[in-house]
Design a protein. Structure first.
Length: 243
């Protein structure tokens, strides 16, 4: 994990500048690792469309999921046993984020611009990013990515090209969260898909208070997982990561 120099940008406190909870906090800055580190440490994340200025958000309420409360569906477990995909951690970060940036069936545009891809890949190189990949032979058919500061785990996006494979990556992340005793994983904006996976909402102030505690804890031990290749069948049978 690299030491990052202080950001040249100072982000305002979300509640002070946005007491009504609209969510948009400020506009501008850049997507360098130092800036992203500073923003996430203060509860902000970037979200903007291609060609627009960088917009920084801190929504009210905040969507999180508590790993200890997550329970995979029976259909997911059946597919994990049936197809026995291989699952890795931090083996193909750029491949995952680029797959997440591709158009979806329900939306042709994407907020994961080339500028976002470069900024988050730089964060991964510096040791503040993670990815989970699901493999069918030599092809990544699903996965997710995010950022991490201390014990703060921030989910960004996921993708799948086969049934349930993004949920398999999500289940793997939940197991890591359980083993690492993470209080929550940040899901940012609430939506029906996240709620169906077990996410819930907390107030923005509660999130910000908790954030300052978790980011000052020793970092998540990703090394423990990234050296292995895991079996979806074994995970489904044992509810844990086993090589």
């Amino acid at each position: 994990m690299q030491f990052l120099p202080p950001s040249q940008f100072i982000f305002p406190h979300p509640v002070e500048v946005d007491p009504e909870g609209e969510g948009l906090i400020c506009i501008g800055a850049d997507l360098s690792p130092s800036t992203l580190f500073e923003a996430y440490s203060h509860g902000l994340f970037p979200w903007f469309s291609e060609g627009d200025p960088i917009c920084w958000w801190s929504p009210e309420p905040r969507c999180i999921i508590r790993p200890q409360d997550y329970h995979p569906s029976k259909s997911l477990l059946r597919n994990m046993k049936k197809y026995d995909y291989k699952i890795t951690v931090n083996h193909a970060f750029e491949r995952v984020i680029r797959s997440c940036s591709l158009p979806r069936a329900y939306a042709q545009d994407t907020w994961i611009t080339e500028e976002i891809i470069q900024g988050y890949c730089d964060m991964f190189t510096a040791g503040y990013g993670y990815s989970i990949e699901v493999w069918d032979e030599d092809q990544v058919v699903g996965g997710l990515y995010g950022l991490t500061i201390g014990q703060g785990c921030f989910g960004e996006s996921m993708f799948s090209t086969q049934t349930d494979v993004s949920k398999m990556a999500f289940y793997t992340l939940m197991l890591i969260g359980q083993e690492q005793q993470l209080p929550w994983i940040d899901c940012q904006l609430v939506n029906d898909h996240l709620l169906s996976l077990g996410a819930s909402t907390i107030s923005r102030q509660t999130y910000l208070n908790s954030l300052q505690d978790v980011i000052n804890h020793p970092p998540i031990n990703w090394q423990k997982y990234q050296e292995g290749v895991f079996s979806s069948k074994t995970i489904a049978l044992n509810a844990r990561l086993s090589e």
